[in-house]
Design a protein around this ligand. Structure first.
Ligand SMILES: C[S@@+](CC[C@H](N)C(=O)[O-])C[C@H]1O[C@@H](n2cnc3c(N)ncnc32)[C@H](O)[C@@H]1O
Length: 237
């Protein structure tokens, strides 16, 4: 049984009333947590809502981090299985899940490229900024294809390669110069849309947006959010 990480003893990080302590997670997760908690970015809030709006039945969330998305799930979900390979994040996510009415089970997995879910078991697969971080994104897409039931939906909110050639070049440069190393494995120049299209997914709806205000974070600005289905599931309908 996993236990909570030891309490931080540094004077520089005192607990704040009403806020869970976030420890042992990546810089990017801390930044996301702070942003989401303070509700500073209404775009993030709206996109998180859209990401899970209309989900139901058996939902698999891949790479849940510290559980930022959990509170957005609608009451229609039967069960959410949230997969997170990082232990510290997983423990934090479990404590978030414990305080919510939605049934969310946080499990270990994914790191070896295999998701701990049976074939065709998911009505919805939710990817919140995880295809950018996976060591082998092509393998992850194959796993999504395996666990998604016929007619199931893939919900995606990911960094994406910009359509602007200058910004795309800056994104590629950032990844080559160590961006993933500083931001918990997060790559900003992956063309996730092309990857999904190549794997046989097509969008039911999609939107593009910009998620950062800090100038030094420009490479991480372009994002895509959308609902995709397998083209073969809908071919005869
Ligand atoms: C950029 S963080 C996003 C976290 C969270 N979804 C959020 O929006 O705050 C990427 C997360 O994906 C997880 N991850 C990386 N590779 C993974 C894999 N192969 N399977 C499952 N999760 C993975 C990381 O541990 C990390 O928590």
């Amino acid at each position: 049984m996993e236990t909570a990480p030891p309490r931080c003893r540094r004077r520089s990080c005192p607990p704040r009333a009403g806020r869970p302590r976030i420890q042992g997670v990546t810089i990017v997760q801390k930044w996301l947590v702070r942003r989401a908690r303070l509700g500073r970015n209404p775009t993030v809030d709206r996109w998180f809502r859209s990401l899970v709006d209309g989900t139901g039945g058996q939902v698999v969330e891949i790479g849940c981090g510290v559980g930022l998305l959990f509170r957005y799930y609608p009451p229609t979900v039967g069960r959410v299985i949230a997969i997170e390979p990082d232990r510290a994040s997983r423990l934090q996510a479990r404590s978030v899940a414990a305080g919510l009415p939605q049934p969310v089970e946080v499990v270990d997995g994914g790191a070896g490229g295999v998701l701990p879910i049976a074939d065709d078991a998911a009505d919805f697969v939710v990817c919140p900024a995880v295809l950018c971080s996976a060591a082998d994104p092509a393998q992850m897409v194959r796993e999504i294809d395996r666990i998604l039931r016929t007619g199931g939906q893939l919900r995606v909110l990911e960094h994406t390669l910009s359509g602007n050639r200058v910004l795309a070049a800056l994104q590629r440069l950032a990844d080559r110069c160590g961006w993933p190393r500083f931001f918990g494995g997060c790559h900003v120049s992956r063309d996730t849309e092309a990857r999904l299209a190549g794997a046989g997914f097509r969008w039911l709806e999609v939107e593009h947006g910009w998620f950062t205000r800090a100038p030094f974070m420009w490479p991480s600005g372009p994002h895509v959010r959308g609902t995709a289905v397998r083209a073969r599931d809908t071919a005869d309908r």
